[in-house]
Design a protein around this ligand. Structure first.
Ligand code: HEC
Ligand code: HEC
Length: 216
């Protein structure tokens, strides 16, 4: 099959993920943030993301509670630098130091993750589960579970995000943004999410997003 440009195969991606995971494990861990210092800064964030980090005021706003520290810190750095555009957060991070952002990331990592429910039919959820756990080999879509865990909790040592319980509107927006190349925050991870999402149709993204909303 010929594509305009070729993404690494599913097998290569999973091997890469394992390698990155091993690598991250070998590097001395980042000293880490202070959750109490993070909590002290989080009131303003709670206005949008919910006081518990898990009940955002808009269904398209992501939950932050329970997310691993490395992933949240990396996203905060990229939102601050403008590498990831989040218009609603413009200005929020201007005065934050790396330590402040590490503290915020540690605080959110310490909160219990959101448990949510899917809304789709049994048939739709079964199809989504098949993709989530097995990928779509004819389109080189790697199994989500290889990197995000069968329960959707992610892989903290590797900095792969937990995705379960996120509102489906948020997940749809992110998968579409990766597919269209509008979100390129996976550069450090070899573009793996753009590779995966590149093979997904709008319909498959919708099925997966609903399944992930209910996963735990
Ligand atoms: C005015 C609303 C608003 C405020 C205030 C706000 N955020 Fe956000 N935040 C958003 C929205 C909306 C997104 C998702 C944008 C998108 O679709 O990519 C987001 C995304 C994020 C993400 C990425 C989540 C992920 O799973 O990738 C992190 C981390 C984050 N915010 C942390 C914070 C922190 C920490 C603060 C406080 C310092 C904060 N936000 C304040 C609206 C807000
Ligand atoms: C090879 C590893 C790998 C595979 C396979 C993979 N992902 Fe990811 N995923 C990642 C990494 C790493 C990130 C974070 C990248 C970044 O910083 O933008 C990510 C980010 C995401 C995000 C954004 C999370 C957020 O909070 O914004 C979603 C949603 C997601 N993946 C869904 C999926 C789905 C659905 C599949 C299967 C179709 C999948 N992923 C397969 C590694 C993977």
């Amino acid at each position: 099959m010929q594509f305009g440009y070729s993404w690494p195969s599913a097998t290569v991606l999973v091997a890469l993920a394992t390698f990155v995971g091993a690598l991250t494990g070998a590097v001395p861990a980042f000293a880490g943030g202070d959750a109490a210092a993070g909590q002290a800064q989080a009131a303003v964030c709670g206005a949008c993301h919910g006081a518990d980090g898990a009940s955002g005021i808009d269904p398209s706003y992501p939950n932050l509670a329970g997310q691993n520290e490395a992933y949240t810190l990396a996203q905060l750095q990229m939102i601050k630098s403008g590498e990831r555009t989040v218009l609603l957060m413009a200005g929020q991070l201007v005065a934050k130091s790396d330590q402040d952002m590490a503290d915020l990331a540690a605080y959110y990592a310490s909160l219990p993750a959101k448990v949510n429910q899917a809304e789709g039919s049994d048939a739709d959820l079964a199809r989504a589960e098949q993709i989530y756990r097995g990928g779509i080999s004819r389109k080189s879509v790697a199994a989500c579970s290889a990197c995000h865990n069968p329960s959707g909790s992610g892989n903290a040592p590797a900095g792969f995000p937990g995705i379960s319980g996120q509102p489906s509107a948020y997940t749809i927006a992110q998968l579409t943004a990766y597919r269209e190349g509008d979100r390129a925050t996976d550069e450090e991870h070899g573009g793996m999410m753009r590779g995966v999402a590149g093979g997904l149709t709008d319909g498959e993204i919708r099925l997966l997003a609903d399944y992930i909303q209910g996963l735990h």
